[in-house]
Design a protein. Structure first.
Length: 469
């Protein structure tokens, strides 16, 4: 196997990750079949309005804003594989209920909303645990690759699932997609049950740390300008960028280009194909991404959305979506990696939960607005507006981090290298970026914490461990 290909696939040499990865691929295909069929049903039951699609998206991702921080606390305290097996089983159950109601002719828009909300609540506990599970499966030295491969799996499914769903909807009906989505959940549940717990790279919870110390993730993010900036930028990218495409894509396929379910599936597959390319390229990376490239990735994503929104034909718009997907997923993998490795290990689950709360929660709040924008103006102009917002936010974050650095590049060459497996929390610089563990530790300058905030931190659990040398 060529060296570059071996580097891209190196996490698959870990038996636990390989088992989990195979189950994820099958489950992700079912998930995208479910989302495609659900969007099609909502479009039919909702009279073709973008607001209806925005509402169902908000119900799917809105609960993340409420429950994810508690999910992060649970993931720091209990076995992640067990939590995921439970949540994935429940998600599969909601898909099977959709299938039964659909085939019986009892499915209404209200019932779709109710089941979307139920799935959203379960997903709020699933996603933060799943995101932070990569580090336990492969260790710190391979976490960039694992995050990239997981994203590649998700986007490969995003490429295949909508196309399969489009064919199934045309030949049989949406209920078959819901049924297959439910059955596919068994694959990841069995893979999680079969994981060898003794081979996981995990830290025991801090002695006496209560599950209720959910605010430790907020404290860690607040104390790091880097983490705070990336969480905010990711929130806008998911809300104004990615979700705008997801909400308006069915309308563009059917109204702007006069297509059918197959046309919708093709556009979604083009977006997913770009995401797959971006994830695979990112997975071959051998070090922690420089922050400047994370910001550039967000800027490129916003610009690609704007350019694509002006594409006049179905083929040119599809090509634009390919670039949009590639830029977005490259940004997501880099931001996800920096956030995971920049978080103290004993609160990593809670930091990731805060990240997912603002990313997915921001998308939930933005989806109805963007659906309304597509009704007020047009679906393509909604993409123009959202892409512009992401590009401007990326420029603002880049300027803020550059000013915070004061005296040079955002990250040094030493900080761009992957630290080894350590028992101690890695040192971080003034931006929260990782420092080479072999380098001489240097202090950082954090704003003083007011006594009132210190008291609140003490009441909610211990503050994040070791942010200074």
């Amino acid at each position: 196997m060529p060296a570059s290909r071996a580097a891209m696939m190196r996490s698959l040499s870990v038996p636990n990750f390989r088992r989990y990865f195979v189950g994820s691929v099958v489950s992700n295909v079912g998930t995208w079949m479910l989302r495609t069929a659900q969007a099609w049903v909502v479009l039919q039951l909702g009279g073709g309005l973008g607001v209806a699609l925005g509402v169902v998206t908000a119900l799917q991702f809105g609960p993340t804003m409420v429950f994810s921080v508690w999910a992060g606390a649970l993931s720091d305290r209990y076995d992640k594989a067990t939590i995921l097996a439970i949540t994935q089983s429940l998600i599969a159950t909601t898909s099977l209920v959709l299938a039964v109601l659909d085939v019986a002719g009892l499915l209404t828009l209200l019932l779709v909303y109710v089941l979307a909300l139920a799935g959203g609540i379960i997903t709020a506990f699933d996603v933060p645990v799943r995101q932070s599970f990569s580090t336990e499966l492969v260790g710190r030295e391979n976490v960039v690759n694992a995050v990239g491969l997981n994203s590649a799996s998700f986007n490969a499914a995003r490429l295949v699932g909508p196309l399969v769903a489009a064919v199934v909807i045309g030949l049989v009906g949406t209920w078959v997609c819901f049924l297959l989505a439910g059955l596919s959940g068994a694959a990841i549940v069995f893979s999680l049950i079969g994981i060898d717990r003794s081979q996981l790279h995990r830290r025991p919870p801090a002695p006496g740390a209560p599950v209720g110390s959910w605010n430790a993730g907020f404290v860690a993010v607040w104390r790091s300008p880097l983490l705070l900036s990336l969480v905010g930028l990711s929130s806008l990218a998911f809300a104004a960028g990615s979700n705008s495409v997801q909400v308006v894509l069915p309308i563009i396929a059917t109204v702007d280009f006069g297509g059918s379910a197959l046309g919708f599936g093709f556009l979604t597959a083009a977006l997913a194909g770009g995401g797959l390319i971006g994830a695979l390229v990112a997975s071959a990376s051998a070090g922690i991404p420089r922050v400047r490239w994370v910001v550039v990735g967000a800027l490129a994503f916003g610009v690609a959305c704007v350019v694509t929104s002006f594409m006049p034909t179905f083929l040119s718009f599809s090509a634009g979506l390919l670039v949009v997907g590639m830029c977005f997923m490259t940004f997501v993998v880099m931001a996800n990696t920096v956030i995971q490795l920049g978080a103290p290990p004993d609160v990593r689950g809670r930091v990731v939960a805060v990240y997912m709360m603002f990313a997915m929660g921001g998308g939930a709040l933005g989806s109805p607005l963007l659906g309304a924008l597509s009704d007020w103006f047009s679906p393509t102009r909604a993409i123009t507006i959202s892409g512009t917002a992401v590009a401007l936010a990326a420029l603002a974050v880049g300027l803020r981090l550059w000013l915070a650095a004061n005296d040079g590049p955002i990250l040094s060459d030493a900080e761009a290298r992957m630290p080894g497996e350590l028992d101690l929390v890695p040192e971080v610089d003034d931006l929260g970026g990782l420092i080479d563990p072999k380098a001489e530790p240097r202090p950082i300058h954090l704003p003083a914490v007011p006594p009132a905030r210190q008291a609140s931190c003490a009441g909610g659990g211990s503050p994040p461990a070791k942010f200074a040398g």
